[in-house]
Design a protein around this ligand. Sequence first.
Ligand code: FES
Ligand SMILES: [Fe+2]
Length: 385
Amino acid sequence: MSDSSMSYFPSEDISNADQQLLEKLQELARPGVRATHAMPGEFYTSPAFAEIERTKVFRRNWVCVGHTGEIPTKGDYYTTDVAGEPLIVQRDGSGEVRVMANVCRHRGNLVATGRGNKKLHVCAYHAWTFELDGKLKRAPLMQDSPFLDTARCALPTIATTVWQNFIFVNLDGNAPPLAQSLAPLETHIRNYHHEERELYHSTEEVWQTNWKCLAENFMEGYHLNATHPRTLRPVTPTELCEYVEGNGHFSAYRAHYTPDSSQRAPHHPELSADERRFSFLFSVFPNLVVTYMPHQTVYLCLRPKTVDSVAVRWGIAGHEQAPDEASVASYVAFADAFNAEDRTKLETLQTGLHSSFYNPGPLACDNLEGTLRDFYAYIGKQVIE
Ligand code: FES
Ligand SMILES: [Fe+2]
C-alpha cells in the first residue's frame, strides 16, 4: 500500500483486516480491473466498513426508497429511513412525490409514523403542525414567541427523483441526475413500459443477512439451479444466463427462458420477440434490484439495518389491469416461494462469512457472476472517492 493510498481512511479507527479490505477495493476500483475472487468476510461483517458505506455510499448517491404505487393518492405517505435519517415519503398536495426529513422542527420528535393518508402532519409531542410541502402551519400557544420564525421552521425537503416508477432520494443533494447515469440501461428496458405497470403488492421484511449479500444474490444467475430447483430453474436455468455490460451505475443480465416454457403474458406490444423470451434482471446501484419479466416486475429495495440484517421493501407490478385477488395471491405466493429459497441461503451465508476459516473463492464466468465484478468495482469507487 502506498502512503497516499489509504489517506481517505482514518487508520486508527479500523483493523488490519479492514485496511486490507479497503486496499482490495481500491484495486478493484481501478479502470479495467475485474475481480477474480469473491470478497473477504469483512466486506459483509465489519461494522467499521458498514459505517464507511453509510457515509460514502448511502448519503452521496441516489438511493431507492420505494415505488410510486405505494402512495397513489394526494396525502398518502409512508415513513422509512436512509443512512439513519428518518424520512417521510409522500404524495403532496400538488400530486408530486415529495420526501422530507421526518424530524420535527421544534425539538426533534418524529413527525410521522407508519403509513397512511394525511392533509397535515401533526407532531404528536407538542402538536406543531406541518403542511404536506413541509411548511410550518401552526405551533400551539407560541403566537407571541419572539423566537419563532415560521418561515424558517419547515421540514427539510430531500432531493428526490422518480425513475421507472421507483422513488430515489439523494441525502447530500450533490449526485448527478439519475436518469443521465442510467441512460444506457434505459435502452435495454424501454420496451417493457414499466411506467404502465400497476403495483399489485408491496411489503417490508427484515432478513438476517448483510444488504450486499442480498443485492449480489439477486444480480447473479449462478445460484438459480441449486437454490431454486423447482421454482425458477425450470424456466430460467443457470446455463441460459447472459451477462449484460453495465456502466458503473448499474449491472444486468438476461435470464433466457427454456424453449418449452409457456409465454408470460400479458405484456406490452412493443416487447420484441427476443424480449418476450427472457427476464431482464438489473441492479441500480447501490440498493435497487429488479427483474423485468415480459408480464411482471419483481423488485427489492434494500436498506442496511445492521451489518447482519437488511430491511427489504419488495413488490410486484404487472401489465394485467386490476387482477383479481386470487391472481395477486398466486403471484405473491410464487414470489414468496423463491424469496424464501434465497433467504435461507443468505442467512446461512452470513454465518459462514463471519468464520475465520472463510477464504474467498474464485468467481464464475461473466455470464454467471460478472455482475458481482461490476458491483465490487462500484463499491470500491464509492469508498475511495
Ligand atoms: S417536538 Fe414536535 S412539537 Fe415538540
Ligand atoms: Fe434467487
